[in-house]
Design a protein around this ligand. Structure first.
Ligand code: PAF
Length: 283
């Protein structure tokens, strides 16, 4: 496995890579969810192709300085995982090496980011799009893999690639979960033991809502009420950020369930923000 820490080192390394190139962008603190992205990347490109991982905690996508400061950083362990998974190249730049001091161009998303995380984290998806497009320009992958836990992120990246004609195929991978249903996240390691024990509540709330789909229920409010019921009794450290039912296509709220929808939730346990989602198809 090779590594690089600057864009110019990455470009030099890239000259020796075999196509196809599958890319897994991450912010590190790798967990089983990331490892499954890496494994799927290898399946896509085969032994002859190249699997590239980036590890970069992107300051542009953080709206709270404390969140950026407390985001887990575990580079030596991450590199070990990548080595064990047979990754060909890991790019792990510092912020100073990645962004020029006077960088002044950003990618803006104006429709899909108006609800869910986009509404509660100002500028978050502009930061995500900017870093992902820059990484795509550097790595020039044929494929890039993203987890479906970040549902809105995946939709926005697909839209960016479509609208800006990036020659990258975006592949969404199912959310990996602990045995109690909690979606794997780098942030889980910052939960207290008591909050960790309570956190599967998010998944239970989403499943309670999804159960209504079998009844043919069309009222979004009923789905949200079913989920809300499961949130009663959460510890005082719990604070709901949002619970919304939106169209899978536009990510805008629906007044009636006449198309495929997704319910997404974000909640804080103390300072730790968790997200999850579930698709609803009220056939
Ligand atoms: O999902 C993440 O880890 C990040 O948002 C990403 C895509 C690596 C961009 O920084």
């Amino acid at each position: 496995m090779n590594t690089s820490t600057t864009p110019s080192e990455l470009r030099e390394a890239r000259a020796h890579w075999q196509a196809p190139i599958a890319f897994v962008p991450t912010m590190g603190a790798l967990h089983q969810g990331h490892l499954s992205l890496i494994q799927q990347a290898r399946e896509i490109v085969g032994e002859e192709g190249t699997v590239v991982v980036s590890i970069f905690v992107n300051p542009l996508q953080f709206d709270r300085p404390d969140d950026l400061k407390n985001y887990p950083r575990t580079l030596p362990e991450d590199l070990r995982y990548c080595q064990e998974e047979g990754v060909d190249h890991v790019f792990h730049p510092s912020s100073a090496d990645f962004y020029l001091g006077d960088h002044s161009i950003q990618v803006l998303e104006k429709k899909l980011a108006t609800h869910l995380c986009g509404a509660s984290r100002t500028g978050h998806f502009d930061g995500v799009c900017t870093v992902v497009l820059k990484l795509f320009n550097l790595v020039q992958p044929s494929h890039a893999l993203f987890g479906k836990k970040d549902y809105q992120q995946l939709a926005i990246i697909r839209r960016m690639v479509r609208d800006l004609s990036s020659p990258v195929e975006i592949i969404g991978i199912e959310t990996h979960r602990e045995s109690d249903g909690l979606a794997l996240s780098s942030r889980n390691r910052n939960l207290t033991a008591r909050d960790r024990a309570d956190a599967p509540r998010l998944r239970k709330a989403l499943l309670a809502a999804q159960n209504l789909a079998a009844t043919g229920e069309r009222q979004p409010a009923r789905y949200l009420a079913a989920a809300q019921q499961q949130l009663a009794g959460a510890p005082v450290s719990f604070r709901l950020d949002y619970l919304e039912l939106v169209s899978q296509d536009t990510l805008q709220p629906l007044s009636t369930l006449n198309e495929r929808a997704v319910i997404a939730i974000a909640a804080f346990y103390g300072e730790v923000r968790l997200i999850d989602n579930i698709e609803i198809d009220a056939a």
